[in-house]
Design a protein around this ligand. Structure first.
Ligand code: PLP
Length: 423
């Protein structure tokens, strides 16, 4: 196959006919495959099967705390020490909570809308408007929180080393811009890892709002797909040194380490922010699920235990990512109708098809029994201005299903592109 753009009209029409034929054969197979779910596969969950029998009869942590009872809003210190080491957050500034870090992000937004944060002059809801910077493509659930609460989202282009800092530093002068969403390592869905320079710029830049917050969602911090782990930069230290100790709110969880529905979420920040969070949280909780924290502690033992466990995930995930990349390469490279990421970690591959065709590709795939994430889902308000972006999630389906699904997706990408050029 040659680049579609070099084909004359006649050759292009012939290509459309050939691809329509291929697509009919694909539809006739009546597939039922799904590449939308960014969740661990059952074999990955099996890696943590031991957790189901923990903590056993010994329900006390290393300090003798009875984990069955109420209390301990901070979470177990020994578990916080393990994740503090991985996240580069001092144990005293890291809180271990319940299963969802997304819930913690949501709650901090609500607290700030209702009461403001420790640096606010008034509740965010009393401001003339609240805006958030949204590096895009990004995580749809971050954007959904903003949309739900009427926070205006300002898209920022994503570069290979993080958000476009020229755009960020310009927009952040507006005092209504109160925050930015960041997934600094193996970002969802681009796989981008922020460079040290970008991290420092975010931590130190002047902002119009004194109560500006960086939502530092390190969901994929220990999720490399290769032997080389991305370095974790000390954003809290950088921000504190620059006189903005309260700016970063660091989030993480074990959702994609142990059980996605029964992991442990973490929030790290300045001591002042942690106290602020606990003061607010204290109205809705008398303490987190410490037995769950204890069984995670016994399971991992230390930070090396977490890394060793992640190596097992990698053995399952890497072949799936490679299968997607191989098919994209063999089916789409020559036609030059798409570009895609080669992530070093995380849960997604980001596919950019010919501008204006992403929705058509997703529709064609759906009609052929292959579910893809809705086109535009990774952009604020679900609107991808170029209509070219598709998020692929290879973790959940079995390897053979991925091969079949991706081959079908490639046919849909080619057909949509050929139709587009043939118009
Ligand atoms: N943050 C990112 C970037 C994610 O991709 C996900 C899940 O896909 C989450 C957070 C969800 O985290 P949790 O399960 O801790 O709520």
């Amino acid at each position: 196959m040659v680049s579609f753009e070099t084909l004359d009209r006649e050759a292009l029409s012939a290509e459309v006919d050939k691809l329509r034929d291929q697509y009919s054969q694909l539809r006739a197979r009546q597939l039922d495959l799904n590449l939308t779910r960014g969740k661990p596969a059952p074999e990955q969950l099996d890696l943590s099967a031991e957790l189901l029998a923990l903590p056993g009869a010994d329900y006390r942590d290393g300090n003798g705390l009875d984990c069955r009872n109420y209390g301990g809003l901070d979470g177990l210190p020994e578990l916080r020490a393990i994740f503090g080491e991985l996240l580069k957050v001092p144990t005293s500034q890291l809180l271990a909570g319940n299963n969802s870090s997304l819930e913690m992000m949501h709650d901090t937004i609500v607290y700030q809308l209702l009461h403001g944060n420790v640096d606010s002059a008034r509740p965010w809801s009393a401001e003339p408007g609240v805006k958030f910077l949204c590096p895009s493509p990004g995580y749809d659930r971050h954007f959904a929180i903003c949309e739900h609460f009427g926070i205006e989202m300002l898209p920022v282009p994503m570069r290979p080393d993080g958000p476009d800092m020229d755009v960020v530093t310009e927009l952040v002068n507006d005092p209504q811009v109160k925050g930015i969403w960041c997934v600094p390592i193996y970002s969802n869905p681009t796989g981008v890892t922020f460079s040290e320079e970008t991290v420092r710029a975010l931590a130190t830049m002047p902002t119009g709002a004194h109560d500006f917050r960086i939502y530092w969602d390190n969901a994929y911090v220990v999720h490399p797909l290769t032997d080389a782990e991305a370095p974790v930069h000390d954003i809290l230290g950088m921000a504190a040194d620059a006189g903005h100790p309260n700016r970063p709110l660091v989030f993480a969880s074990t959702s994609k380490i142990t059980f996605a529905g029964s992991g442990v979420g973490f929030l790290g920040s300045s001591s002042e922010n942690i106290d602020w969070y606990k003061k607010n949280l204290g109205f809705s909780s008398i303490g987190p699920d410490k037995l769950n924290q204890l069984r995670h502690l016994r399971f991992f033992k230390d930070a090396a235990g977490v890394r060793a466990h992640m190596a097992k995930h990698r053995e399952i995930l890497a072949p799936k990512f490679n299968a997607v990349l191989d098919i994209l390469d063999s089916r789409l490279s020559d036609a030059k109708v798409a570009t895609w990421t080669h992530p070093d970690g995380g849960y997604f591959i980001n596919l950019d098809v010919v501008e204006g065709t992403a929705k058509r590709v997703v529709q064609l795939a759906k009609e052929a029994g292959i579910s893809l994430t809705a086109a535009g889902a990774s952009f604020p308000y679900g609107k991808d201005p170029a209509n070219c972006n598709i998020r692929l999630a290879p973790s959940f389906p079995a390897l053979e299903e991925i091969r079949v699904a991706m081959d079908g997706v490639a046919t849909c990408v080619l057909l949509a592109a050929a139709e587009h050029f043939d118009e």
